[in-house]
Design a protein around this ligand. Structure first.
Ligand code: IMP
Ligand code: MG
Length: 186
């Protein structure tokens, strides 16, 4: 690829500190995929991606799972940009398929307050899933407001705003191949 560092570089954006390199992420994603492969022997898990942030993680993760799987996608509204929240989550795009009898792996980019995943867990339980586990690339334990635990965690991260590898700030930075800490949001 030609060297584009002189033109409006996002990957070399000076406002970002690298927290996790693409190599570290790839290594950890592979480990999670291998663990899922072992844990779901004889089963056909349905991986459910929470759009949009988890799309990158799902895309890499599913290629490291050596099983017959299916994937589905759900989009939920974030509960607003403010920090105070009612925990109200709305489904913007629902799943295509039924969950009846299925073994579900909910795939998330980051487990923060836990409000999104606790809502989804409760919703999916009412749809007759056989089992539900959570795979999250990132976990911010300090921020938890409701009791949700992930079964597969890529990395615990500190209470800082992170972007890249699917995670955005105001829809930007999803395309970064690494995970960075945004130094200022102005
Ligand atoms: P929760 O419901 O508070 O656990 O929020 C999860 C969602 O908040 C994630 O799916 C992200 O979209 C978003 N989020 C939380 N922390 C960050 C962050 O540091 N960077 C980017 N998005 C974040
Ligand atoms: Mg998200």
């Amino acid at each position: 690829m030609s060297n584009l560092s002189h033109v409006n570089s996002e990957f070399g954006n000076p406002n970002l500190d690298i927290l996790l390199s693409s190599e570290e992420i790839a290594r950890r994603v592979r480990e999670i995929g291998e663990q899922i492969t072992l844990d779901y022997q004889g089963k056909r898990p349905n991986l459910i991606c929470v759009l949009k942030g988890a799309a990158t993680f799902l895309s890499d993760l599913m290629r490291t799972i050596d099983l017959s799987i299916s994937v589905d996608y759900i989009a939920v509204s974030s509960y607003g940009k403010g920090t105070s929240t009612t925990g109200e989550v709305k489904i913007l795009k629902d799943l295509d398929g039924p969950l009846e009898g299925r073994d579900i792996i909910l795939v998330e980019d980051i487990l923060d307050t836990g409000l999104t995943l606790s809502y989804l867990l409760n919703t999916f339980r009412t749809r007759g899933a056989n089992s539900i586990r959570i795979a999250t690339l990132l976990n911010k334990p300090e921020r938890r407001r409701v009791d949700v635990e992930a079964d597969y965690i890529g990395f615990d991260v500190p209470d800082l705003f992170v972007v890249g590898y699917g995670l955005d700030y105001d829809e930007r930075y999803r395309n970064l191949p690494f995970i960075g800490i945004l130094k200022t949001t102005t």
